[in-house]
Design a protein around this ligand. Structure first.
Ligand SMILES: [Zn+2]
Length: 116
């Protein structure tokens, strides 16, 4: 199983890195001729454009990954939920709101008949 959060984080990092280096590349270079300046602008523009795309994909993957169940956050919440005492049943009486087991036909709290 691919960890989208980690892949996304790396892609975002690489994307911003290429955007930053594209800007630096353009800022630090001193082109001698007009052709060189145009080529420089084109190169750094392409680099920045690709960088933003990669960063965007990375952010999307990170968000997509964090929505999946195998992320660190979900694992932590599962651990926390596991620490909570187990409830006997998820069924609740309609009349009094008390917990009732699935097997019983009457609420142990108010005695009202339970529907399936
Ligand atoms: Zn009840």
């Amino acid at each position: 199983m691919v960890d989208f959060v980690k892949v996304g984080a790396v892609l975002t990092f690489v994307g911003f890195l290429s955007v930053g280096s594209g800007i630096l590349y353009a800022a630090l270079s001193s082109p001698a001729t007009l052709e060189q300046a145009q080529a420089l602008g084109k190169n750094s523009g392409v680099l920045q454009g690709l960088g933003w795309i990669v960063a965007g994909i990375g952010l999307y993957l990170a968000l997509f990954g964090s929505a999946k169940s195998d992320t660190a956050i979900d694992t932590k919440s599962e651990i926390l939920l596991g620490r909570l005492p187990l409830r006997k049943s998820k069924f609740v009486c309609e009349k009094c709101g008390g917990d009732v087991s699935k097997e019983t036909t009457r609420c142990p709290h108010c005695g009202s008949p339970l529907e399936e």
